[in-house]
Design a protein around this ligand. Structure first.
Ligand SMILES: Nc1nc2c(c(=O)[nH]1)N[C@H]1C(S)=C(S)[C@@H](COP(=O)(O)O)O[C@H]1N2
Ligand SMILES: [Mo]
Length: 256
């Protein structure tokens, strides 16, 4: 390695370290400054590349035992969506809930909760890491997203899965949303979860359906999922960065 190479490497390592330190500092405060989104955008390119080098995308997230479960799994972000449509569903125990699946698929259709429960599923005890600096270990049960893919048959042009949520985030009704790529969509631990710690998923944690995508940070795990859309790009959706927090400067690939 030449002197130049190692100088460049040190620079990269420092940039990566700075990126992760800032990530621990919190959702709201930093995203409003101008330099923060820009720095995250460049840190994302570095960390995504680094992640691809060191971790195969197919690797499994660590799983834990019942003894490791957190006494309570806290709620973060929206705890009860402020939307008449959602409240009407919740009042009737989500009996009328249907998950609409659209976009670049051969068989667009919707799923009732019973139909989602009937899909091949998985139970897993994993650790959830939020960028605000807390973690919790919980037991999740849900349909494997790969099973839903088998049912709807994504077209070859489909590159991303977008999750549209019920919760308005501001007065003008901007809704939470998220997206993942097809590698994560087909990963065995990627679930449309309907149970937390052997109970029906509580409203505070995303009832009736929330995404688990275990090798990424908490904000990727969309709660209150109402619709799923398969797309080839997401620059036309909301702020164009692939998620509610991404539109406010967070990195799209939030690998841990
Ligand atoms: N729809 C929706 N999904 C969301 C959020 C939200 O506010 N709305 N917050 C995200 C963040 S930042 C985290 S850490 C987790 C929190 O999940 P929990 O409430 O089960 O702890 O949900 C994520 N998914
Ligand atoms: Mo979070």
């Amino acid at each position: 390695m030449t002197t130049n190479d190692s100088g460049r490497r040190n620079f990269l390592m420092q940039a990566l370290a700075a990126g992760s330190a800032v990530l621990l500092a919190g959702c709201d405060r930093l995203s409003r400054t101008e330099w923060f989104p820009q720095m995250l955008a460049s840190a994302e390119k570095l960390s995504q590349g680094a992640q691809r080098l060191v971790t195969a995308r197919k690797s499994m997230a660590q799983e834990f035992t019942e003894a490791d479960l957190s006494p309570t799994f806290r709620s973060n972000g929206t705890a009860n969506p402020d939307s008449p449509t959602y409240q009407a569903l919740a009042t009737k125990g989500f009996a009328a809930y249907r998950l609409a699946v659209s976009g670049l698929v051969e068989n667009p259709r919707s799923f009732s909760l019973a139909e989602l429960r009937a899909l091949p599923g998985r139970t897993q005890i994993t650790r959830h890491d939020c960028v605000e600096g807390w973690s919790a270990i919980g037991k999740w049960k849900g349909a494997q997203l790969s099973a839903l893919l088998d049912a709807v048959q994504p077209k070859p042009e489909a590159r991303y899965v977008v999750f549209h949520c019920a919760d308005p985030m501001d007065e003008i009704g901007t809704k939470y949303y998220e997206s993942i790529d097809m590698d994560d969509a087909r990963h065995p631990q990627t679930l449309l979860a309907y149970e937390l710690n052997d109970q029906r998923l509580p409203i505070a944690n995303g009832a009736p359906i929330r995404l688990r995508v275990e090798r990424q940070l908490g904000y990727k795990m969309a709660k209150y999922v109402m619709a799923i859309e398969f797309v080839s790009r997401f620059d036309h959706i909301a702020g164009g960065k692939g998620g509610y927090w991404e539109d406010r400067g967070y990195e799209w690939y939030a690998g841990i």
